[in-house]
Design a protein around this ligand. Sequence first.
Ligand code: FAD
Length: 409
Amino acid sequence: MRSITIVGAGQAGLQLGIGLVRKGYSVTIISNRTGEEISKGRILSSQSMYDMALSHERELGIAFWDASCPPIEGVHIRAGNAQSGPMIDFRSRLSARGQSLDQRLKMPRWMDEFQRLGGRLLIGDVDMDELERLADAADLVLVATGKGDLGKLFERDAARCAFDRPQRAIALTYVHGMVPRDDFSALNININPGIGELVHFPGQTHSGACDIINIECVIGGPMDRWDSVATPADHLAMTKALISEFFPWEAPRFENIRLTDDNGILFGRVTPTVRKAVGVLPSGKAVLGMGDVLVLNDPMTGQGSNNAAKGASMYLEAIVARGGAAFDRGWMEALAERYWDYAQWSARFTNSMLVPPPPHVLQFFGHCGQNTGLAQTFADAFNDPRSLSAWFYDPEATGRLIDEAAQMA
Ligand SMILES: Cc1cc2nc3c(=O)[nH]c(=O)nc-3n(C[C@H](O)[C@H](O)[C@H](O)COP(=O)(O)OP(=O)(O)OC[C@H]3O[C@@H](n4cnc5c(N)ncnc54)[C@H](O)[C@@H]3O)c2cc1C
């Protein structure tokens, strides 16, 4: 039986580990936190996931929350400032629903499922020496440690990185008490140009249905004033204050929000980074990266967990297809290149939303307000950002898409 070791028990590592044990591999996952520690700890993400990514969980029989998790049925984009209100305003239902399940619920449950299926879960903080030992003992070692330090083993791929520093200060908050929309539940993205974004959508946490708020503050801008925030109550108060000041059209829905729990807050910055897929250990042995280790996006468009799920599914298929042949460096690089064929489009989509939009994108967004087909085309890009590749970044192709949509309307 081929033995595979995965370092890191997040979306990427656990999904792949469960897939591999189901296929009869001997799999060890090493996590630096127990399920109980994850469950009782801070929120980790806003983890909105869409149909393509969720379908991989469904295929593995681990979509345990499909019946309970409130759906994300559509997308609503607004852009404007406090004085003007939204100058761009369009919405559409998604072709298929998304959902956001608190990773504090998901990962501990998946750890249990992994072990129930026969996987070996070890708890420990893997360092380079340990990685060497693991690489000696297994046919293949995958590093799925997210933003953890071990990822630095993988060289930054400068040619594929759009930024070398964080673009936003990010404040994440899980709340109860929000006024629901009166049309359909949605991924709401509000853009205040040059200042930042308010992104929110429904989810499920320890205490049931909730709303998840992600405030993205342009670094050094007027919303980047979280230094004075010390307590969960301060965090909630700052969230409400920023929404009132910079997104007043949304403020009435937030008047009575309260934290789901004191751990339902997170603040940080992410440097969007692409890394080379293969890490070479001092002994010369190669290990393969996955998930956030390879492609780390700003959470603005909510693509990271989706990437991790799609990548884990791709890796599962490739490992099985490899049969008994060696998992050598050439195979690792070819697989990671196939992953990049997909993930480059989620990175490009995300990065394009972090900078001022070019005129043709503004024009497109303007037309989305009058044309439901165009609005749905954009909404569905959150499920599969490759769908933007043929036109969104090209003024002429976008113009043609707008013309065609106008003729069909
Ligand atoms: C504020 C915020 C909001 C986000 N919102 C969204 C969203 O709405 N939609 C979306 O798709 N994505 C979102 N993301 C991104 C998403 O959470 C990540 O892309 C996804 O969780 C990555 O999965 P992963 O398995 O690669 O890494 P992780 O989920 O980070 O898992 C890595 C695991 O490895 C463990 N680990 C680390 N180092 C070691 C070590 N040395 N030894 C052993 N274990 C180790 C960690 O404890 C962790 O459990 C968001 C991220 C942030 C920060």
